[in-house]
Design a protein around this ligand. Sequence first.
Ligand code: NAD
Length: 497
Amino acid sequence: MTSLTRDDWEQRANTLKIEGRAFIHGEYRAAASGATFECISPVDGRMLVEVASCDLADAELAVQDARSTFNSGVWSRLAPVARKAVMIRFAELIDQHGEELALLETLDMGKPISDALGIDVSSAANAIRWSGEAIDKIYDEVAATPHDQLGLVTREPIGVVAAIVPWNFPLLMSCWKLGPALSTGNSVILKPSEKSPLTGIRLAQLAIEAGIPAGVFNVLPGYGHTVGKALALHMDVDTLVFTGSTKIAKQLMIYAGESNMKRVWLEAGGKSPNIVFADAPDLQAAAEAAAGAIAFNQGEVCTAGSRLLVENSIKDKFVPMVVAAIKTWKPGNPLDPATNVGALVDSTQMNNVLSYIQSGHDEGAKLVAGGKRVMEETGGTYVEPTIFDGVSNAMRIAREEIFGPVLSVIGFDSAEEAVAIANDTPYGLAAAVWTSNLSKAHLTAKALRAGSVWVNQYDGGDMTAPFGGFKQSGNGRDKSLHAFDKYTELKATWIKL
Ligand code: NAD
C-alpha cells in the first residue's frame, strides 16, 4: 500500500507526463492521419492529453509489423524459458511503475487510487508474472499410436493477436490477455478503449524495457468503429480476443465471418445473481458483501452482483442491513486514498446510469438507498450507490446490464424459485450463493448457469482459476492454463516409423 496522501497524488497528477500516441515497432507515433481526440478525466473534467485516433491505416501498419515480427521468430521461436524471464521482468516493471500506472488509471477512468494501486496494478503484474512463469512448465502430448507411428500433439503460437479491451479495468483486462498471448509467443496489437487508453499506451514502453522485441506488442488507441473494426475485419489477424459489451461481442463474430474466420474469444457482459438463503452462515457478512458487490469500482464491473435475491423469510431484516452496509461506500475524490467510490467513467455513462434509476422509479421499484448524482460542483461524474427493493425480474433494472452502482433486490420463497430467477437472464458470467447447508450450496451451484459461482463470499478467485461466461456473457476463458488455449493452435504431427 502507499503512504502517499491526497495532496501528494494531486501534485503528481499536476506534473504527470502523459503519453497519448500509438506505439508501433517500439516507438510512439501519431496516428497516420494525424487525428487525435481529447482524453477527459471523469475525476474533475480536466483535459489530460490528446490521444492518437488510429484508424484503418494504422491498423494496416501495426498488423504488417506484428506479422513480420512473428515470422522472424525473434519472439515466437524464443525458448520458453527465455520468454519466461522477459515476462517476469515485464511484471517487475509494472510493479516498479505501480504508482504512475495507478495514477494514470484513476485520472483516466475515475476509480479510487487505493483500488487502482492495490488491486488493478498488482493484479495486472501478477497476471503477467503468472503466465510467464507457467510457460516453461507446459508440456505437449504424445498420442497413443500404433507401434509404427509417432503421433505428436503440440500447441504452437497462433500468430497475430488483436486484443480489444474495455474501460472498467483497462490495465488488468489488457494484462489478462497479454500474459498468455505474449508468453505463448504471439505478436499482439492492443486496442484500448477510447474512454481509458492511457495505461495501455504506457504499458507498451515497459514491455520494450523488459526485453519484448519491437513489433511484438503494438498499441493502437482509437475508436471501436474505426480502428477496432479495422482490426476485427483484418485478413491477417489470426485471433481476436475481446472484453466488452455483449452487443459489440456479437458484432465481432460477424466481422470474423465476413473476413478470414479469425478465432474470436469474447468476454462480455453480466447481470449476476447473488442469492442469500435464510440459513446463510453470517448475514452481516452477506450484507456487507452484497453492498461491496455493487459499489466496488462504481458498479462498473462485469461480475457486479447487480441482482440480490433474498429469501422472503429474512428479507425485511436483511435489506436494512444491506442499506446500512452501502452507506460505508461513499463517492469521494478518487485521489484521496480513503475514497472507496470514485467517478463513473464519463458523462455518457453517468447519464445512462441515471436513466436506469429513473426507469426503476417508473416501473414501480422502491428506492431504499442512494439514487442521485452527487459532487456535481467538482466537474466530475459521481453517482451514489443505489438500491431498489421490490424489484421483479421482468423490470429493466433487473434484466439489463446497467454497469453502474444500482442494485435490484428480488425476493424468493424456495431454492427452485431462486435458481429459476437467477438463470432467467441472457447472461451467465457469475453468481453467488449464501447458505450453511452443504448440499444446498452444491446443488444450487450446479444448477446456476454461470462461469463462476461463489459460495459464502462474493468475487473469489485468482490466476489459478478460469474466468469467463456462459450464454451471452461470452466464450473462452481468461486466467489459468485454460486461457493458453485461446492463443495457440493445436497440431497433430504423424511420423511413420
Ligand atoms: P464496449 O463493448 O462498448 O467496448 C469494448 C471495446 O470494444 C472498446 O475498446 C471499444 O472501443 C471497442 N469497440 C466498440 N465498437 C467496436 C467495433 N464496432 N469494432 C471493434 N471494436 C469495437 O464495452 P465497454 O463499454 O468498454 O465495457 C463495458 C462492458 O465490458 C460491459 O458490458 C462489461 O460487462 C464488459 N466487461 C466484461 C468483462 C468480462 O471479463 N466478461 C470484464 C470487464 C468488462
